[in-house]
Write a protein that binds this ligand. Structure first.
Ligand code: BEZ
Ligand code: FE
Length: 296
């Protein structure tokens, strides 16, 4: 079709794609083109703005490497990851523990760690935290043999992959629940931290005068065949940024019962203040697929 005016373009593209055999791809690309064309029509970009947009998209790819996933970061910072996560969860009818975005820092093959073991693998700031988790099904029955991945940033403000001062796999572990569905580990109480801002997502956040901070949390990914993989985060209640997480990850009922204690710690080397977190995770029936790891 020869294009004679702007309003000819959208129908021409839709028609060109109409014979796509895969019905899902056909529906997705049809919606993508309609929405993108409507977006362009609404903002009416100049050539210079279009150049800037292309440069931005290329920058997302260029900033991505084995240790950093700028595309996920962008999707997170603009609420897309949370939207996908909540829509997908609602599709199955919500019943288990609330879900939260995976983020760009989960790694495959986190170190298997015995229950009660520590995930603090090198000198790390922060007060000791002892986590006791229980994994149950919708009826409250304990789930034995579930794999529980945990990971969090150092209170120094970075994940170990961002920080040459931390040893490989610091603050990461993989646990297996026992016959009562329990798992336990020692770590340090997490603190809020900034998401990486060296790429185009950071440039955009600065242009929007947005603070790049996440409230303190620990990530959990719980996997057991026959059950829907549970990806969630447990937040610290007194973090002042709970209501303004830069990635909109505080969803539903995910604030944990982190408690401070003085004395009587479960480990003899802990003398002063320490913390506990007891948390129950409820898994739903469903697909036990693992996500594609955002970093290597
Ligand atoms: C995280 O919690 O690890 C995270 C999530 C989104 C963007 C950056 C970091
Ligand atoms: Fe995190």
């Amino acid at each position: 079709m020869i294009i004679r005016k702007a309003s000819d373009v959208t129908p021409a593209v839709l028609e060109a794609m109409a014979a796509t055999p895969d019905p899902r791809l056909r529906a997705v690309m049809d919606a993508f083109v309609r929405h993108m064309h409507a977006f362009v029509d609404e903002i009416k970009p100049t050539d210079k703005e279009f150049d800037r947009a292309i440069e931005f998209l290329n920058g997302i790819g260029q900033a991505t490497n084995a240790k950093h996933n700028e595309a996920i970061l962008f999707a997170d910072a603009f609420g897309i990851s949370t939207l996908v996560c909540l829509i997908d969860h609602a599709r199955q009818g919500r019943s288990g523990t609330d879900v939260a975005l995976l983020g760009p820092f989960w790694r495959l093959n986190q170190p298997k760690t015995a229950n009660g073991g520590s995930i603090v693998r090198c000198d790390t700031p922060g007060e000791p935290l002892f986590v006791n988790g229980t994994v149950v099904d919708l009826q409250g029955a304990p789930l034995a043999g579930a794999e529980v991945d945990v990971w969090h940033a150092s209170p120094g403000g970075m994940y170990e992959v961002q920080d040459p001062g931390q040893i490989e796999m610091n603050l990461r572990g993989k646990f297996a629940t026992d016959a009562q569905g329990r798992f336990a580990f020692r770590t340090v109480k997490p603190a809020g931290y900034p998401i990486p801002t060296h790429g185009p997502t950071g440039d955009l956040l600065r242009a929007q005068r947005r603070e790049p901070m996440r409230p303190a949390h620990i990530h959990f990914l719980i996997h057991k065949p026959g059950l829907r993989t549970l990806i969630t985060q447990v937040f610290v209640a007194d973090d002042p940024r709970l209501e303004r997480d830069v990635v909109f990850g505080v969803t539903g009922d995910l604030v944990g019962d982190y408690r401070a204690h003085e004395g009587g710690a479960p480990a003899p080397d802990v003398k002063g203040r320490w913390h506990s977190l007891d948390h129950r995770f409820v898994m739903e029936p469903g697909e036990s697929v693992l996500p594609h790891p955002p970093i290597a």
